[in-house]
Design a protein around this ligand. Sequence first.
Ligand SMILES: Nc1ncnc2c1ncn2[C@@H]1O[C@H](COP(=O)(O)OP(=O)(O)OP(=O)(O)O)[C@@H](O)[C@H]1O
Length: 250
Amino acid sequence: MNVIEVKDLSVDYGPVRALDNINLQVEKGEFLGIIGPNGGGKTTLLKVLLGLIKPNHGEVEINFKKPIGYVPQFSHFDREFPISVLDVILLGALEGKIKILHKFKKDQVKKAEEIMKSLGILEFKDRQISQLSGGQLQKVLIARALMVEPEVMILDEPTASLDANSKTEIYNLLKLLNKDKTILVVSHDMGVINSYIDTVACLNRNLHYHGDDTKLDQNVLEKVYGCPVELVAHGPTPHRVLKIHEEDEK
Ligand SMILES: Nc1ncnc2c1ncn2[C@@H]1O[C@H](COP(=O)(O)OP(=O)(O)OP(=O)(O)O)[C@@H](O)[C@H]1O
């Protein structure tokens, strides 16, 4: 069953065409990595899926009931905002509808604590988010998204600017969540995601490829990125070697 069906989708920002005639089906339980160069339209696609922008052409069919568990781009989150870990996670229960002086119910607090426990971050419950490491904060943002008990999670660059161990930890966590959730993740960490995802979508205004990541053709990648690039798998799974960018050799 397809949980998401994108049909003939095009999005323009004024004269700029960000997405051009995209057709994409996401199956229930799929772990999809969305890759592509800067400005390739990845965030725009996520915004359309989240209903934040209306396409100029085409449509998106959403075949699930619960709200999407959305984890926004890490760098867009104000880490200095004075708020505790528990309160950030509880905000997830509001599903984006912020209410002034909202009082959370006891069972919502209990649910937040259970999620924190399962992600190993309960000890940070009363800490200010400014006092967390990048990896810990990312888990808090994932916990916030889990408050709506999502069937589908969308994460925008969840491991950007994290160290290698934190990246692995976050992707191991996503793999666990993938047992009963469909996961879409935008990432530049192609080497890292290759060990976890089932399928890859290569986006550069057009959708150049969507399918099994192991069958992704080198020529497609070069076409999408406009330079030699390959997926590198970490760990014991198939290992491919990253070609040196010609400009880097000079
Ligand atoms: N609000 C906007 N107004 C005008 N142009 C925009 C707007 N948002 C995005 N664009 C343009 O649309 C194109 C796609 O942008 P988008 O942010 O979706 O790409 P991306 O693949 O997510 O990039 P990155 O990897 O750098 O985050 C780019 O050319 C960008 O400049």
